[in-house]
Design a protein around this ligand. Structure first.
Ligand SMILES: [Zn+2]
Length: 137
């Protein structure tokens, strides 16, 4: 059976393990994948910057409480943040760089600025992949 180049669709001649018909097709695919992943990073950075600017404009001095809709109306995206901080009481703060927020009661949001002491309770993630044999990490 003829093998086809995934980039241009031409039939591949030559070695069995050849994936692309030519170096040109191989480079082209590589460059497109690179551009795509860079675009993902740029898109996410854009959301994070916007979130940061919205929080910054609320000018949190210590702690500022605002209605949640004030953020959403400005296009704040609650799905994106850079890191988390958990307080002694177990409340989570979600940060976009040095500005953060926490969910408060009655549709309110507490906005804070990152403080030096928070480095001690920064939430760090550890990703474990389950072993399908034992069903244990
Ligand atoms: Zn090709």
């Amino acid at each position: 059976m003829d093998r086809k180049c995934p980039e241009c669709g031409d039939v591949i001649h030559g070695r069995e393990d050849k994936i692309f018909c030519s170096d040109q097709c191989r480079f082209q695919r590589h460059n497109r994948n690179k551009r795509r992943s860079e675009k993902t990073i740029l898109d996410i950075n854009k959301i994070l910057r916007k979130n940061r600017r919205i929080l910054q404009n609320l000018n949190p001095i210590g702690l500022t409480a605002v209605r949640r809709e004030i953020l959403t109306r400005q296009g704040f995206d609650f799905n994106f943040f850079t890191h988390q901080y958990v307080t002694q009481k177990g409340n989570y703060y979600y940060f976009c760089y040095e500005y953060g927020y926490a969910y408060a009661e009655k549709e309110k949001i507490n906005v804070v600025t990152w403080q030096e002491y928070m480095n001690q309770q920064l939430v760090r993630y550890q990703i474990t992949i389950d072993d399908p044999e034992t069903n244990r990490p």
